[in-house]
Structure formats: C-alpha cells, structure tokens
Design a protein around this ligand. Structure first.
Ligand code: NI
Ligand code: MN
Length: 242
C-alpha cells in the first residue's frame, strides 16, 4: 500500500513494530502480553525478532507495561525517549539509551528519530506504587534510511503545531489515536489529519478497552465532512502495513 520498503506491524492499541528499509527492527511502546488487543502469537518477545531499538512515548501502562520482558529478551536494544522516561526505564533494565527532549533528533544508524510534543500527561509507577515523573509526554517522527517519513502521535489531543510538523518534516503517514477519553476522539483526529497533510493515516488507540469509544467509521465521517483527502488504513491487530 505504501511501497516505501518499510513494514509496520500493528500489535494492538498503540504498539507498533517497524522494520526499516535498512532491516532494523524498532518496537514502539511495548504493551504485548498484558495488552488485551495484542494477538496471543505476539505475546512472547521472541516473536518480535532481535530488536535494535525500543521507542517509548511515555510511562502510562498501556505503553510500557511489558517493557521489562522485552528488554530482558533484547538487552542490547537501544531505548529511546524523553530524558526522564528513559532514565526511569534504566531501573527496569534499559542499558543502552538515547535520551532526547522535544524538538530534538538523533541519527540512529541511518534512521532519523525526532521527539515531538504530545498534549497529554506522563507519570509512571515505581516498584512501591509511588508516582514517577516521566517528563513531558511525546510522539515520534521517524525518517527511514530511504527518506520515507512518518509520524507516530501516541497519546495526545490535537494541537495547532501539527501544521509545523507538516511544514518541517512532511510526513507521508500518521498514526493517530481516535479512542477518545484519554486522547483525541474521531473529530479531533480528523482535524489532526488535516493539519498534518498526510496522504496516509492509521487510526489507533481504540477498540482495546471499553472506555475507548471512538470508531474508524466516525473518523472517516469527520474526514469526509472536512473534505480531507487521505487514504485511511484500518489495521487489525497483527496486520502489517507496507
Ligand atoms: Ni497515556
Ligand atoms: Mn495510552
């Protein structure tokens, strides 16, 4: 569908496995075994193959709950995210890290990784049940070795500076939450799609828990009303976009 030599497998809710044109394997937001939307054949970290990097957007359980199991299976993987979140994850087994802050980028062996703002919150829990500050919540812009660029918004409300993400990075594809309650709902996600000017969009972060009520049908209805011309890819958990 994309023909950009990149395979992105949706593992349910907000977990993504990216296989880059240069054959790197990047996992975004490890919620697998305890993720009710993750197909059981993907519960074991061995199914993921050898990971080069684990990207974490924030410390909420539905994004990091299975981090420890995944890092134990991939102790050499580089953990990438905002400073405070990554520093906390060093207490959960992260050894190699790349610590960024919003607006900054790194070159990860040919893949450019940019940390973007998200309008959300970011707290975790330590082993004693105490709240841990994770820094600001984030998303990622990923530019593959061949130039293919996509945006993973993670948990966020819509924000006007998505127009700047379009201007600066020109992503072709965006993953946007549509579940509502904790993130954008379908209406806001349609506005986000318009601001981002992407040719392809994947709605995610819905249909994984009962309180997430947004649907792809509503999202598509709002896109039509806003006259946004975009290819909507509705992925089933376990499905790969390439
Ligand atoms: Ni969250
Ligand atoms: Mn979430």
């Amino acid at each position: 569908m994309l023909s950009r030599d990149t395979a992105i497998t949706f593992l349910g809710h907000a977990t993504l496995l990216v296989e880059t044109p240069g054959h790197k394997r990047i996992l975004i937001d490890p919620w697998l075994r305890s993720n009710p939307a993750c197909p059981s054949e993907w519960h074991s970290p061995s199914r993921l193959g050898k990971l080069d990097a684990i990207l974490v957007t924030h410390l909420h359980g539905d994004h990091v709950a299975d981090f420890e199991e995944v890092i134990q299976a991939n102790p050499e993987a580089t953990v990438v995210g905002i400073i405070e979140t990554v520093r906390f994850l060093t207490t959960k087994g992260a050894k190699k890290t790349e610590q960024l802050n919003i607006g900054g980028s790194i070159n990860f062996d040919g893949v450019r990784i940019t940390l973007t703002q998200a309008v959300h919150s970011n707290g975790g829990e330590d082993a004693h049940g105490n709240m841990v500050y994770g820094g600001f919540p984030t998303g990622f812009i990923l530019k593959m070795e061949n130039g293919f660029t996509f945006y993973v918004a993670s948990d966020t409300g819509v924000f006007g500076d998505m127009a700047l993400l379009k201007e600066i990075y020109a992503p072709e594809l965006a993953f946007l939450p549509i579940g509502d309650r904790f993130t954008m709902g379908p209406l806001e996600a349609a506005y986000a799609t318009k601001l981002l000017g992407v040719r392809h969009v994947v709605p995610y972060h819905y249909n994984s828990m009962p309180v997430l009520t947004g649907t792809p049908e509503e999202f598509q209805k709002h896109l039509r009303e806003l006259l946004v011309n975009v290819n909507v890819h509705i992925l089933q958990p376990g499905e790969t976009l390439k």
